[in-house]
Design a binder for this molecule. Structure first.
Ligand SMILES: Cc1cc2nc3c(=O)[nH]c(=O)nc-3n(C[C@H](O)[C@H](O)[C@H](O)COP(=O)(O)OP(=O)(O)OC[C@H]3O[C@@H](n4cnc5c(N)ncnc54)[C@H](O)[C@@H]3O)c2cc1C
Length: 391
């Protein structure tokens, strides 16, 4: 008997919703299964904003994917009329030899991306909300900005639904298996489904759903904070205030956004990394006063007007790999029928639409023209006991 679906997508968060859209748009019969509701706030794709940028300090190999992601975000906005991206400009701030500055400059030069280098005085002149120290500089990128996670997920789900995908919410997968003769079987409390292909986009549930992948994930609790600037939000509006990633002398990075949600919404700021290890079941959702005080203290020297009044905070999870690069591939143990996208290590959202495109390529053809070598689950840096050679 032939399976009912061409492809089952497990998890309809950031990556899974994009995969469901790209698969359905190519005419595949798609079933999407999601543990919670549409665009929910229990995983990694909520909180109103995510930074996007092209001069990528993590590795220049990401740049071609970013260029494609930018095109696809534009197309998504056109096709749905939903606001998904705001390119308000961005600064990567730190000492010239910091990873944030030097790494961004390396990518900008390698890919000939438009950018400007600003000294501390120039940063203060152009962006009066920011007060870098004399020994700090910034790479300014006009095409950096923010993307909207909930709107992006909702827009992808809407297009998938329009193109005939069957999307089932509040229906967690309890078990999946690749069948010896080809195809997959997926169970939930309600039903058992079969399909030719399975695409697994599990976010922070990767350790549980991908036990035989051999990748040592670390799930981290991260906190996002919203403050009402002391002079109000005018100076922090997206026309005046850029997104920023700011690395201090101890290599601690904070990042933040303009005030995008009106006069009462405040501006969001957070630590990049520096989270505590958790699981989706054990994550502490309460944010404590001492955490708010620590964040306000970090911000006070650099954006003195920002920590005027604390508004609110929310938790979210990172799914880290040891080298902080993604995992996107055919599952090595089931290469004929299972594709995985996981380990986005706190920097995946800006790639969501292009990851959807790659997953559709892999599930339907077994290959992709996009460069994804860096995301191979078999890479040496993911093997237990691997230690990087001294630089
Ligand atoms: C605080 C914070 C700030 C971030 N900032 C940025 C940023 O500025 N820029 C950037 O690019 N990225 C950023 N990221 C990272 C980015 O948001 C993530 O990489 C991305 O959202 C991951 O998407 P995902 O699809 O892997 O996970 P999710 O969106 O969490 O999706 C996984 C889905 O799988 C579902 N699921 C799990 N188990 C099952 C099951 N058994 N059955 C059915 N469904 C299941 C879950 O419910 C969930 O919906 C940030 C992340 C956080 C937490």
């Amino acid at each position: 008997m032939s399976p009912t679906y061409d492809v089952i997508v497990l998890g309809l968060g950031g990556m899974g919703s994009a995969a469901a859209h790209h698969l359905a748009a190519r005419g595949a019969r798609v079933l999407g299964l999601e543990k919670f509701g549409p665009a929910h706030n229990r995983g990694s794709s909520h909180g109103g904003s995510r930074i996007t940028r092209q001069s990528y300090f993590e590795d220049p190999a990401y740049v071609p994917l970013l260029l494609r992601a930018y095109e696809l975000y534009e197309r998504l906005e056109r096709d749905t009329g939903c606001e998904v991206a705001t390119l308000c400009g961005g600064v990567m701030v730190g000492r010239p030899d910091s990873r944030t500055v030097a790494g961004s400059l390396l990518s900008a030069r390698r890919w000939d991306l438009p950018h400007e280098m600003l000294d501390a005085r120039e940063v203060r002149r152009r962006f009066p909300t920011l007060t870098p120290a004399e020994d700090e500089v910034a790479l300014y990128e006009a095409r950096a900005g923010l993307v909207r996670p909930e709107n992006t997920v909702a827009a992808h789900l809407r297009l998938a639904d329009r193109d005939g995908a069957e999307l089932r919410f509040e229906e967690p997968v309890t078990r999946w298996e690749a069948l010896p003769g080809g195809g997959v079987r997926v169970r939930t409390a309600r039903n058992t489904y079969s399909a030719g292909q399975l695409v697994i986009c599990p976010g922070a549930w990767a350790p549980r759903l991908l036990t035989d992948l051999g990748v040592p994930f670390t799930i981290e609790r991260q906190v996002m904070y919203w403050f009402q600037p002391s002079g109000g939000t005018h100076a922090f509006a997206p026309e005046r205030h850029p997104i920023y990633i700011w690395e201090d002398a101890r290599a601690v990075q904070i990042y933040g956004f303009p005030a995008i949600d009106g006069p009462d919404g405040g501006a969001k700021v957070a630590f990049f990394r520096k989270g505590t290890v958790c699981t989706p079941e054990t994550i502490e959702r309460t944010v404590h006063d001492r955490e708010v005080a620590a964040m306000a203290g970090q911000v006070a020297d650099r954006l003195p007007d920002l920590p005027g009044r604390f508004l609110t905070a929310a938790t979210c999870m990172y799914s880290n790999t040891p080298d902080e690069h993604f995992v996107i591939a055919r599952h090595p143990a089931h290469p004929g029928s299972v594709t995985v996208a996981c380990g986005f290590s706190g920097h995946g959202f800006k790639f969501v639409p292009v990851v959807g495109e790659i997953l559709a390529d892999l599930a339907l053809t077994g290959e992709t023209p996009h460069p994804i070598e860096l995301f191979d689950p078999g890479r040496p840096r993911l093997r237990p006991g691997f230690t990087a050679a001294p630089a």
